[in-house]
Write a protein that binds this ligand. Structure first.
Ligand SMILES: [Zn+2]
Length: 164
């Protein structure tokens, strides 16, 4: 497609140059007017061939961007499948790596808000003035959950029914 358009642009330039040399040779005003009309048509054809070329480039760029997006969504789907949504405490949810996916990684939970928006953001524990309470918050979306003091390992194991 691009090659064909390129060839058309080259042919049109040649046709324009031929028309110009005819115009330079011929002194008859009517012939000159006709040749100028022809040159005008050639310029119009060149311009539409050029915009077809640009449209072609634009479509190719759009296709590239869309395939990159499809790839990233496929990768995210694969990543998403490694997590379970757990209720870590009443009303406190987090996406947690399945046991078989965890390997040597520490226990952590991902923010459910961000996860639903195709983003991974680890919930962090902030110290609370009350020693019996802990606040878990997401730095990306600022959601936070106040619960009784427990570390993430305990919360996960309890949610999975491993302990307590
Ligand atoms: Zn978040």
């Amino acid at each position: 497609m691009v090659g064909e358009i390129g060839a058309a642009i080259t042919s049109l330039k040649t046709a324009f140059d031929i028309a110009k040399s005819i115009n330079d040779l011929v002194k008859n005003a009517e012939v000159q007017a006709a040749v100028m009309g022809l040159q005008q048509k050639i310029l119009e054809a060149q311009s539409s061939a050029l915009s077809a070329n640009e449209r072609d480039d634009q479509l190719r760029r759009q296709i590239e961007a869309l395939s990159a997006e499809v790839t990233s969504l496929k990768n995210w789907d694969a990543e998403k499948a490694k997590y379970d949504l757990l209720e870590l405490d009443p009303g406190f949810y987090g996406f947690v790596l399945k046991d078989e996916e965890r390997g040597q990684q520490p226990y952590f939970a991902l923010c459910p808000n961000c996860f639903e928006a195709n983003k991974k953001s680890i919930l962090h524990q902030s110290p609370d003035l009350n020693v019996n309470l802990r606040t878990w918050s997401c730095a990306a979306c600022n959601s936070s959950y106040g619960i009784r003091a427990r570390n993430m390992k305990t919360l996960i194991e309890r949610a999975r029914g491993v302990s307590e």
